[in-house]
Design a binder for this molecule. Structure first.
Ligand code: NDP
Length: 331
């Protein structure tokens, strides 16, 4: 495909995820390519310009970003900033008339999410959240097994998402920037429970804790949370910046399913009462980018639109409330 047949993507925030995963994936996509960058660090602009052959006219900083409205090379702005900055840049991108991709967690609050959805609607642009796992056929397979009631109804979920973060100063430890494990790795555990039941939780209880209070002064290092679903299904979920875990277990009326890992970048796999789940996938990020761009070009439904990000943040808010008051919070 020529560049004209591909959507031009501008990455906003050239940190770990943009550098290590998204930019490399954009070298392999068929429906889009890396057309521009938005960065607050001039040295990164120089490096990326050389590495990815990005013309000067497609390089922005956080101050002059709004003039991206006049740049026909950019079709989609992909916001890959700390969560507290997502709302501002999604709204500015929408006002510039660009479609928007936004990383998870969508934002630290429900009110931010609503403002982001409204801005995109008002400006008639699409909004997709970077839930890469929803594009992974291994995730789609456990969703199918529930949907088709292969083993009857879901009764119990156990799900853990965490890693040992050795960093001592990072926005993930900073409340004002949207840190805390619940919005970060926590949304994977929450997605595991929501996708494996196909339901929205109606009540939560939660416990926050930390083993490294000298680092996690403002936010929780670990969150354990329990979800009740309308069907009566229950979920026990765990997420942590101090514990390595990546698993999903689903117990049905008449069978079981286990994935480990369930939300890694690659090689997600598992087994169930009567089979295995092990679909090969080259790049989750490339598939996500290609599928989201195809949906926009063809006018079809996005796999994870802004409303899906909002569903998680509603539960995340309830979990924080429950952790604080120690009781059950209804949603
Ligand atoms: P990093 O800290 O590595 O990068 C964030 C970048 O944002 C910085 O490099 C910087 O880029 C820019 N930035 C602007 N202002 C600030 C600020 N005040 N503090 C820190 N950074 C700032 O974060 P990640 O790349 O790990 O995460 C970014 C987003 O991507 C988050 O929402 C995160 O949850 C999500 N993510 C998603 C993953 C997934 O699997 N879907 C995996 C990893 C992260 P610059 O220098 O260019 O201005």
């Amino acid at each position: 495909k020529t560049k004209k047949e591909k959507m031009g993507i501008a990455l906003v925030g050239l940190g770990y995820y943009s550098t290590d995963l998204l930019a490399p994936a954009l070298q392999t996509t068929t429906n889009c390519y890396l057309a521009g960058i938005v960065t607050g660090t001039p040295e990164k602009a120089i490096k990326w310009k050389q590495k990815y052959n990005i013309p000067d006219k497609n390089i922005y900083n956080y101050q002059n970003f709004d003039s991206i409205a006049n740049n026909p090379d950019i079709d989609v702005v992909y916001v890959v900033l700390p969560p507290s900055m997502h709302k501002e840049f999604v709204v500015r991108a929408a006002r510039a008339g660009k479609h928007v991709f936004c990383e998870k967690p969508m934002a630290p609050s429900v009110s931010d999410c609503l403002a982001m959805i409204k801005a995109c609607k008002d400006n008639k642009v699409n909004l997709a959240i970077g839930y890469r796992c929803q594009h992974d056929p291994n995730t789609q397979e456990y969703m199918r097994i529930t949907r088709e009631q292969v083993y009857g109804k879901v009764k119990m979920i156990s799900c853990g998402a965490g890693y040992f973060d050795a960093r001592t100063t990072h926005w993930k430890q900073n409340k004002a920037l949207g840190g805390g494990v619940m919005g970060d790795m926590g949304v994977y555990a929450l997605q595991g429970a929501r996708l494996a039941t196909g339901e929205e939780p109606i009540a939560v209880t939660a416990q926050a804790s930390t083993t490294r209070p000298e680092i996690y002064k403002e936010v929780e290092e670990t969150m354990m949370f329990q979800l009740q679903f309308p069907s009566g299904a229950l979920a026990a979920c765990h997420t942590s910046f101090g514990i390595n875990m990546n698993y999903l277990q689903v117990n049905y009326e008449k069978g079981w399913l286990k994935m480990e890992p369930f939300s890694a970048y690659s090689d997600n796999k598992g087994s169930h009462s009567n089979g295995v789940i092990n679909f090969p996938l080259k790049s989750q990020q490339a598939k996500q980018l290609d599928e989201d761009c195809a949906a926009i070009m063809n006018g079809t439904t996005l796999i994870a639109p802004g409303e899906e990000g909002l569903r998680d943040i509603k539960v995340v808010e309830a979990i924080y409330k429950a952790a604080q008051n120690g009781g059950t919070v209804k949603i």
